[in-house]
Design a protein around this ligand. Structure first.
Ligand code: 13P
Length: 252
C-alpha cells in the first residue's frame, strides 16, 4: 500500500515565532496518522530545528527542508548540506520546486546531484515537477514533465525509489488560485506513474507516492485526493494557516 502525504511548503513565509504558533496549532488539531497517512511540514531553514523539536514525539509527522546543496561540505557560503539537515533531525527534503528552477536556475542535472546527496544521508526526497502555462497551452505537458523526471531521477537504482515522493505542480496553478481540474491532475499522475513503470516496473510504480500541488485548499482537496493516482498534496498558501492546512489533512 503506498503512502498518502499532505505536505506544507511554507516557502519564504512566517517568522520564527509565527512558525512556532503555526506548528502548535497544527499539532492541536491533528487527526490520527499512520505510516500510510503522513504529514510533512517544510518551513525555512531557520525554523527547522525548532519545528523538528516541536514535532519530536509525534508519530508520522515530519520536518522537511525546502532545498539543500548539491555539495557535501566546504566553502559554499549561504548553502546548507544534506548532512547538516540530517543532523538537525530532518526527514524529508523538497528538491526541484519550480521556484528553485525558475528563480535560481536549477537544472535537472543539478537536481539529480541534490537528490543523491539527500538519499546518501538517509532522508526522503520530495521531487517536484510541473509544466509552465505555455507548455500546457501547447498540450506538450506530458513530454515536458517526463523529461524532468527522466533527467532528475532515472539515474537512480530501483531500490532508491522507496525514498522518493514525486510532486506534480503545474506552474500555472501555483499561487494563482487556478487549480488543475481533478481530471487534469489524474491524467498527469497516471502518465507519471506509467513513465516510472516503463523504466522500473510495476512494483516501484505502484508504490510511488505522487502528490498534487497548486492552489490546493480545503474546498478542493477531497476531490483531488479521490483521484486514483493522486496520493496527497504539496500545499503552499493554505499551509500557512492551521485551520486550512488541517482541512486539507482531513481530506486525506
Ligand atoms: P500554492 O498552494 O500556494 O499554490 O503553492 C503550491 C506550491 O508551490 C507548493 O510547493
Amino acid at each position: 500500500m503506498r503512502k498518502k502525504i499532505v505536505a506544507g511548503n511554507w516557502k519564504m513565509n512566517r517568522t520564527l515565532q509565527e512558525g512556532h504558533s503555526l506548528v502548535a496549532g497544527i499539532l492541536a488539531g491533528l487527526p490520527a496518522l499512520s505510516s500510510h497517512k503522513q504529514v510533512v511540514i517544510a518551513p525555512t531553514y531557520v525554523h527547522l530545528t525548532q519545528t523538528a523539536a516541536q514535532l519530536a514525539g509525534h508519530a508520522h509527522i515530519h520536518t522537511a527542508a525546502q532545498n539543500c546543496s548539491n555539495q557535501e561540505s566546504g566553502a559554499f557560503t549561504g548553502e546548507v548540506s544534506a548532512g547538516i539537515l540530517k543532523s538537525a533531525g530532518i526527514g524529508y527534503v523538497i528538491i526541484g520546486h519550480s521556484e528553485r528552477r525558475e528563480y535560481f536556475g536549477e537544472t535537472n542535472a543539478l537536481l539529480a546531484q541534490k537528490t543523491d546527496r539527500v538519499l546518501a544521508h538517509g532522508m526522503e526526497v520530495i521531487f517536484c515537477c510541473g509544466e509552465p502555462l505555455a507548455v500546457r497551452d501547447a498540450d506538450t505537458q506530458n513530454a515536458n514533465v517526463e523529461t524532468q523526471i527522466r533527467e532528475g531521477l532515472f539515474h537512480l537504482a530501483a531500490e532508491a525509489w522507496s525514498h522518493i515522493v514525486l510532486a506534480y505542480e503545474p506552474i500555472w496553478a501555483i499561487g494563482t488560485g487556478r487549480t488543475a481540474s481533478s481530471q487534469q491532475a489524474q491524467d498527469m499522475h497516471h502518465h507519471i506513474r506509467a513513465v516510472v513503470r516503463a523504466q522500473y516496473g510495476a512494483t516501484v510504480a505502484d508504490n510511488l507516492t505522487i502528490l498534487y500541488g497548486g492552489s490546493c485548499k480545503p474546498s478542493n482537496a477531497a476531490e483531488l485526493f479521490a483521484c486514483p493516482d493522486v496520493d496527497g498534496g504539496l500545499i503552499g498558501g493554505a499551509s500557512l494557516k492551521a485551520d486550512e492546512f488541517l482541512g486539507i489533512v482531513a481530506a486525506m
